[in-house]
Ligand binder design. Structure first.
Ligand SMILES: [Zn+2]
Length: 201
């Protein structure tokens, strides 16, 4: 029998399912909310409901955007260079690259990487959509900015093979990013350097 009231137990279990949160942190968060003004719980629950109902994927680059929009802000902007396309694994990587203020092209979000071990093949991520975009003929350079991991490298090579027929420049972010690290955790300077020192793929 649990010593905790059911709603509190439910909240603790829900927190525990989040990445990086163990049972102790989950309990601490739940008790914190219990003690806090009702306002905080209300804000939190509304925000949680909204991320599912009010966010959608851009139909062009597959980055996250407000529901009801067909294109995200970056794809709609006329100030972004449509000849330059940066391919990333996740929406968080777009955020990291945007923070550097050093990239004025557009993005393509794969939503994952190839991983035979986890059974993730080319059809499970947005590679076909990438090839379709390149086929349109406006893109002159594709920067593959997948993470410097085994899967990230394998995905970059696969993309190179798929885009080879289209006669565009293909580059990969320069080394200097921590191997095995995530783009989203790289500091702005490292990321800027990797971007400007990109090498042909
Ligand atoms: Zn977009």
């Amino acid at each position: 029998m649990s010593v905790l009231p059911k709603p509190l137990e439910r909240l603790i279990f829900a927190f525990e399912r989040l990445p990086g949160i163990g049972p102790k942190t989950a309990s601490r968060l739940a008790f914190f909310l219990l003690k806090s003004p009702a306002e905080l719980s209300k804000d939190l629950s509304e925000a949680l409901r909204e991320i599912k109902s009010s966010i959608t994927l851009c139909s062009v680059c597959f980055n996250i955007t407000d529901a009801g929009r067909e294109k995200c802000e970056i794809c709609s902007s006329t100030e972004r260079d449509e000849k330059l396309l940066c391919v990333v694994e996740e929406p968080l990587d777009v955020l990291a690259l945007e923070r550097t203020d050093g990239f004025m092209g557009r993005y393509h979000v794969l939503h994952g990487v190839l991983s035979p071990i986890e059974g993730i093949g080319p059809d499970d991520i947005r590679i076909r959509e990438l090839v379709d975009r390149v086929k349109e003929g406006k893109i002159k350079e594709v920067i593959v900015a997948t993470n410097p991991s085994m899967e990230g490298d394998a995905t970059a090579l696969y993309i190179r093979q798929q885009l080879e027929p289209y006669n565009i420049r293909m580059t990969r972010l320069a080394r200097g990013l921590p191997v095995g690290g995530d783009l989203e955790y790289a500091d702005q300077n490292t990321l800027l350097r990797a971007l400007s020192g990109r090498q042909d793929l």
